[in-house]
Design a binder for this molecule. Structure first.
Ligand code: MG
Length: 381
């Protein structure tokens, strides 16, 4: 039986697909939270009449609309959302975008709840803090990202000592096979044209630079307690193999299927059981799967992420913050495509590495890294 859900980031892509799965499997939804009190949130409230509805940062007008249409069910503020994440015996789906998701992850794990984690920043920026909360609260951490869910599923029933390598697959993005020189002049529009997965703007650019894969390497390190030497990346353009575990006896287990986020979401909600129905039978007709090593020269972001991961402590938080600033500048036409890893590398070199023990430590490092990245961009964004 699946535990009742608290869905954070309910109006986003992960939130909506979570609600699709919940509706199909008949899982109870206790609460829906989103940053804004948009018409989308009010629509979801109508579809889930028993759920508490929270907007953490609504405009004044949105707040009035929510109160008039939802009455007592409408609540406001990040603190209310975090209190909901502590609801005993619930599964909290964290689909919040950005650093705002970190505190919710901590509260969920401290309360001993199941955390279905789609918020990248929680582990990339706050890895040590999240793992400490997991140890303190005895909660369960289940990955929702497709690659990490794939690895998690391949590892069920296996001991850590049996693992030789975790191998994350990468689509390679829209510029697979290009030379660095050709990438200098790439436009944001061209970079946003991603072949397989439908995603938000930052993650689409991060897929084009391979930064996203680098962030996923760091997440895998924390999730599976695996040294970076034992985490690899292979480019697999068809996105049918979602990741692979290689064992010490030379066996490889791969997780294969259509790219559809409802599969990893559903597994995080039903684990250790499986429920039927996310997808139809897989059709093998006309399929061929190919693999190639990533081009680390043209896409230096991948090795930058490894480097930040190996330094550890606050370095991954700096990497993440600097990348977000650089991607924003690229999308605004203020930085070239190859400038993204450059700004990140220079920011990493400038921000001192410190220990992270509290959420506030993470927020402070994030703020400092953003300030440095902005100054490297000439304060233009
Ligand atoms: Mg992914």
């Amino acid at each position: 039986m699946s535990r009742p859900l608290v869905v954070l980031g309910a109006t986003g892509s992960i939130g909506r697909q979570t609600l699709d799965v919940a509706a199909r499997l008949g899982i109870e939804v206790l609460a829906l939270a989103a940053r804004r009190g948009s018409a989308d949130l009010v629509d979801l409230a109508a579809q889930w009449p028993d759920a508490q509805i929270v907007a953490t940062a609504p405009t004044g007008e949105e707040r009035e609309d929510m109160v008039s249409s939802l009455g007592d069910r409408a609540e406001f503020g990040a603190e209310v959302m975090e209190a909901l994440a502590a609801t005993p015996d619930s599964t909290v789906v964290n689909g919040i975008v950005g650093a705002a998701g970190l505190r919710a992850s901590i509260v969920t794990l401290e309360a001993g709840n199941r955390l279905a984690l789609a918020n990248k920043e929680s582990l990339v920026a706050g890895g040590p803090v999240v793992l400490a909360a997991l140890a303190r609260g005895g909660g369960t951490l289940l990955p929702v990202d497709s690659e990490h869910s794939a690895l998690f599923q391949c590892l069920v029933g296996e001991g850590g000592a049996a693992v030789r390598r975790l191998i994350l697959t990468a689509s390679g993005g829209p510029f697979r096979g290009w030379a660095a020189g050709d990438l200098e002049e790439v436009s944001p529009q061209r970079a946003l044209d991603h072949p397989t997965w439908e995603m938000g703007k930052r993650i689409t650019i991060d897929s084009a630079t391979l930064f996203n894969k680098g962030l996923e390497v760091i997440e895998a390190h924390y999730l599976f307690d695996m040294p970076y030497e034992q985490i690899d990346v292979v480019v697999h353009p068809q996105s049918i193999v979602h990741s692979i575990v290689e064992f010490i006896d030379g066996s490889l287990k791969a997780h294969i299927g259509e790219p559809d986020m409802r599969v990893p979401i559903q597994y995080a909600l039903t684990y250790p059981d499986r429920a039927s129905g996310a997808l139809e039978e897989f059709d093998f007709a006309g399929r061929s799967l190919t693999f190639e090593p990533p081009d680390r020269k043209t896409f230096p972001a991948l090795d930058l992420a490894y480097e930040a991961g190996r330094i550890g402590r606050s370095a991954p938080a700096v990497l993440n913050a600097a990348d977000e600033v650089a991607v924003h500048a690229f999308l605004g036409g203020r930085l070239g495509f190859m400038g993204i890893p450059e700004v990140v590398e220079r920011t990493l070199n400038q921000v001192p590495v410190v220990d992270l023990t509290t959420v506030d430590d993470v927020i402070e490092v994030d703020r400092e890294a953003r300030a440095v990245a902005h100054s490297l961009l000439g304060g233009a964004c």
